[in-house]
Ligand binder design. Sequence first.
Ligand SMILES: *Cc1c(COP(=O)(O)O)cnc(C)c1O
Length: 408
Amino acid sequence: MSSHPSIAMFEAVQSCLAVGGISLDRLAERVGSTPFFAYDRRLITSRVGYLRSMLPADVKLSYAVKANPMPAVVQHLAGLVDALDVASAFEMKTALDTPMTASHVSFAGPGKTTSELIQAVAAGVTIEMESSNEAARVAAIGHRLGIRPRVALRVNPDFQVKGSGMRMGGGPQQFGIDVEEIPALLGELAAADLELLGFHVFAGSQNLHADILCEALSRNVALLQRLAGDCKWPVRYLNLGGGFGIPYFEKDHPLDLLPVGQRLEALMETEIRPNLPDARVVIELGRYIVGESGVYVTRVVDRKVSRGRIYLVVDGGLHHQLAASGNFGQVIRRNYPIVVGNRIGETELENVSVVGCLCTPLDLLGDNVMLPHAEIGDFIVIFQAGAYGLTASPTAFLGHPLPPEVLV
Ligand SMILES: *Cc1c(COP(=O)(O)O)cnc(C)c1O
């Protein structure tokens, strides 16, 4: 197969790629139609196990539901992680449908509506407040409902984390409360009837550089310790964010988790356990947990040659898997790992373009890729589809049906 690490995570049954031990040709019959998304339960489980083995035992693991909110995936993860992070009332409902304790569900994100905040307070989840206005609204809702809201303050740090695919902290931000405003806000909130648990900082996503993540962890811990010094109560919650990236493109190297885990253990040892003994320390991850466990399976519906270039036209496209077309936050379009799912191991390759079925040149899923000779009816499989796939795509565009999702 290809050397890409995410492809190598999947087995093949003879020449057919397998998800969850079931070969694609059989799985496609079971699903009943293409295209579809398939997520491998065992890969998700083993990824969480790997994280547990690399991170300090007393650091809690939270799953960011927005990465993949499929209810079966969230249910599966609820039994494996310590917490679920949601970013809308709908995600909160999915999380509350699992056995996860409500207090271990955290609700982050700017622009929470009053209706969402009421639902969150009533549910007893931990609200990660993104502005002083939001704090005032939560306090008022709690007063009206006669419930003491569980809250944390999301902090916008005064430094930036370089090397993130998406930056969500440092400088001016719609996320979090500027760190310099926190001491005054703590003073104001002292009088409010809020269960102020601690702090949350999430500075960026999709980082593959262990050294930068280590540096960010150290700076986050220093920052949060400084803020804890301004608290007249014991800090019980420290969400240190995450941002662990996965290798999407050929030249990406997988994140080396060893130094990250070691740095975290050192910080727990020297700073957090002695100085903030009551703090429940959380690392919050989305794509790192689920991204590599999923594939998007399409079928070739046409094969054509235009002025010397071979086009494989598939029955899927960017309406289901926007990120693979390069239009979900990428600056330069590069190919996601892609294979002909029923021709694994074939060594004679040709240069092709894989395009989706939408009537727009943006619907390009594989540009100038080397693949075995594929015929109409063959499977084209795109990897890294376990996170920010279906729910991060413009599914209504051109009005094709929604693809099924299966957890295998
Ligand atoms: C999106 C998000 C995450 C997850 O990011 P990944 O890159 O998928 O790990 C975690 N925390 C917060 C607050 C987020 O908004």
